[in-house]
Design a protein around this ligand. Sequence first.
Ligand code: ACO
Ligand code: ZN
Length: 225
Amino acid sequence: KDFKDQMIIDAGQKHFGAIICKSCGMIYTAASPEDEAQHIQHHQRFLEGIKYVGWKKERVVAEFWDGKMVLILPDDPKYAIKKAEDVRELVDNELGFKQIVLSCPSKIKTYFFVSNERKIVGCLIAEQIKQAFRVLSEPNVPQSPNQDVLQHHRAWRCSIKPEVAICGISRIWVFSLMRRRGIARRMVDVVRNTFMYGCYLSTDEIAFSDPTPDGKLFATKYCQT
Ligand code: ACO
Ligand code: ZN
């Protein structure tokens, strides 16, 4: 009898805690049927969305040991544009953006970071812009153990003086299980090199629009170095 009880408890515990799916990255509780159903739905949609089949005239703009970068332009074949739109939708979903209209669809450049396993693990959308408003650095507040928490809740202050910028990064996203491997950094490096023919944009000439807390941490670090 004791043995049987133990089994039940073990099984119960196994299903109680949060689980992180190793393929789609979703965190869910297997104890909850709604959660499990939601996971199955997200899992399939996500993996289908990031699957990269490729096409004949794909524009490879960089190659790395762990993948390559592909650029999609507005005049590309329909299936390439469709893929760019599908991935943008996934990203917008994750960022909580709802139906944000691109300022000028005919000018956007979509960059994918495609892993060796042929999955789109990074996406960057860049648009040509004329001006940007710099996010002001925060006044120095004393370091406290809650620093991180504060950092994540503060709204950014922006300067009211427009500055000249050339390339606006309206979305940057890296698959949750592949973060902190320099994928975002490499994507921005490649954008600076390929956005305008024949020149390497300085960090002053690129602007991140409306950054999330993650985006701000990344951008601050990137622009410093
Ligand atoms: N916290 C603190 N520092 C960070 C973080 C973070 N979450 N992310 C990046 N950095 C800094 C680090 O210093 C890092 O170097 P290190 O790992 O050697 O310390 C450096 O930036 C470079 O980071 P990468 O590895 O190149 O960044 P990554 O590939 O992980 O992608 C990104 C960063 C795109 C912000 C990713 O976290 C993400 O997709 N987040 C969710 C989506 C999102 O919020 N995107 C930004 C939206 S804003 C916009 O699109 C304009
Ligand atoms: Zn999953």
